[in-house]
Write a new protein. Sequence first.
Length: 191
Amino acid sequence: MSIQAALAIIAGASKIYSGVQEQKMYNFQAEQSRLKGQREELRGRIQALNFNNQALDVLRNQRKFYAAAAARGAAGGVDPFSGSISDVMFQQGVLSGRDFDVSRENAVAALNAGLEANLALQTQAGIYKEAGRNALIGSILEAGFSAYQGYEFGTKLQTPGSPNAPIEVRTPTPISSMNEPAFPSSAGFYR
């Protein structure tokens, strides 16, 4: 195996390793996004429950008000279900009904906001997962292309010692030329 081919294999393995690490990073981000979506949905559900409790409190307070108004009217000798006491109870019922409706609408809005946030974050998690798969596939393709380029380069550039490289035959140097100095003797060296 040529050095170029070995280097191409090492470069390819490095690219695959890089792609695997990138996929792990994207998968981690996807998991974070998925968990954040679940947390946002739970937060919306908790807020919805709180608003529902407020609505129930409005109804409880309304019943207490009706009971107190009826008791005061009866204690004063007035019919609690007719006249001015009835008008006050009616107006209180209208106001309580509005408060109840607002609390219920807030509960629905909080629940929907949590569900929408979860949906958006689950979609983001899917995008991260897809990016991770693409990163891995891209690194594998890059590694294959790099290995192919290394193979092509290695086959075009044969190094001595390669099995397919042409062998150069040299003729030995005559002995008479070996007695001559290898360097010029201008400074008096080698004489």
